[in-house]
Every structure is written in C-alpha cells, then in structure tokens.
Design a protein around this ligand. Structure first.
Ligand SMILES: [Fe+2]
Length: 243
C-alpha cells in the first residue's frame, strides 16, 4: 500500500443530506428550514402513497402558486373535479415561520372514479382544504371530505435549471379499513396533475417576483404572498452579505 498522503486538492464536494418519507432530501447550501414533520406520517391511521417523480418544463414558483390557486378548478380541472361555477372559494391565511397556511372550503364535482375512491355517492361534494406552503417550492395540502376521509398531498418542485423542475408528489390517506384501490387513487391524481401540467408547461419560466409585472386577481393572493416572502428572503441575504 502506498504510504503517501493524498493531496488536499483531491476532494469530493459533499452536501447536507437526509432520508425522510422514503426520499433523499439534499441541500446544496444551508437549508432555509428543516424537512417538515407531516402529522400524517406519525399517525398510524394513515398510509403513504408514492405517486409521481418527473421533470416538468416549468418554474417552481409557477407550480406552487398554481397549487394554492382556488380559481383554476373551474377551467383547468373541468374534466375532473372542477365545477362550472368560476367563483373562487374565499380563503383565510396565516403566516408561519416557514411560509404561510391557507384554509378554504371548496365545492367540487364528484364523478365516477372519484365516487369509489372517496366512498361518496353524491354528484358533488365539499373539500375542506388546508394548505401549508414551505418557502420556496414545497406544499402540504390536506383535503378532508364530509365522510371523514383525508387525502393529503405533498408536492415539492426542485429547480433543475431556470426552465425545469423535478416534480415530486406523494400522498397520505386514512381509509385503509375501506380496502382502497391504490391504483385508482393514483389514476385520479394522475389525471388531475396532468391537467395542471398541461397548462403550467405553457407558462413563462421567467417568473417575476414583483406583483405589478403580471395581472393578478384577488384569488392570486397565495402567489403574491409567495413573491413577497421570497423577495424578503433575497433582501435578507443581500443585507447579510453586505454586513
Ligand atoms: Fe390544479
């Protein structure tokens, strides 16, 4: 064996890395916050479904602002759960250390496949929706139905470059006793997610952080809040670098 010590120049760049929820989470620099503790993962009544991991030709902010937009259901999701009524459901907001929460009740269509998935026979149903946005591009969306079923979706968009994101989605549900068909549950979420992707991949990847460069309506408040908080984060970085 050679006794020479390797040169200090021979190094491999290492990064902070953790395993959680069945995924490897890597931070290229100091993390903005720890990996969130999703309550469903600690609750024995819930099981986890791994759904999607794929490259989308879209910026992370576009994906996340769409995820919290109550106005797009009636046109983007017309073929799945969107009602024809275009009036967006009102929402309540609450700031958190890692972003903000958003709460709303949304009336939705309940077509064939979803009737079985939810165990709800009515033509329409109500979703109690609780979003937690995690700066910059993470979301937990808890959807609770009137029969007590909870379908929580976790969505993370990791930037690959300016124009592409790694879209990852997994879910938690509390209906194991009802012998759910997981393939049907994934098929429904696939159809809904494809509807979003179809539109999002046509959007401009260059997403302005100011709120006056694009037209915003009241229902765009989640996207405006995201822009404000990301801008504040950049200002803080600038101030720290100048100090
Ligand atoms: Fe959507």
């Amino acid at each position: 064996m050679p006794r020479k010590k390797p040169s200090n120049k021979i190094v491999v760049q290492n990064y902070q890395c953790k395993s959680k929820y069945g995924y490897i989470w890597v931070s290229l620099d100091e993390p903005l916050h720890d990996i969130p503790n999703f309550p469903e993962a600690e609750n024995p009544l819930f099981y986890q479904i791994h759904e999607f991991m794929e490259v989308w030709n879209c910026s992370g902010l576009r994906i996340l602002e769409n995820g919290l937009d109550n106005s797009h259901f009636s046109f983007v999701h017309r073929k799945t759960f969107g009602l024809e009524n275009p009036a967006p459901a009102p929402a309540r907001y609450e700031d958190t250390d890692t972003g903000f929460n958003m709460y709303s009740n949304v009336i939705v269509n309940n077509p064939g496949l979803q009737k079985n998935n939810l165990g709800i026979e009515s033509k329409e149903t109500t979703r109690y929706m609780e979003h937690n946005w995690f700066i910059p591009f993470g979301r937990r969306m808890k959807i609770q139905y009137p029969n007590g079923l909870i379908h929580t979706i976790i969505t993370w968009a990791t930037p690959i470059n300016e124009r592409q994101s790694l879209f990852v989605q997994f879910a938690f549900r509390n209906d194991e006793d009802c012998h759910p068909n997981v393939e049907d549950i994934i098929a429904w979420d696939r159809a809904v997610t494809n509807e979003d992707r179809c539109v999002l991949e046509t959007t401009d990847w260059n997403t302005p952080l100011t709120s006056n460069e694009e037209f915003h309506m009241a229902s765009d408040m989640p996207g405006i809040k995201m822009r404000r908080k990301i801008s504040a984060m950049f200002s803080q970085f600038d101030n720290e670098n100048r100090a």
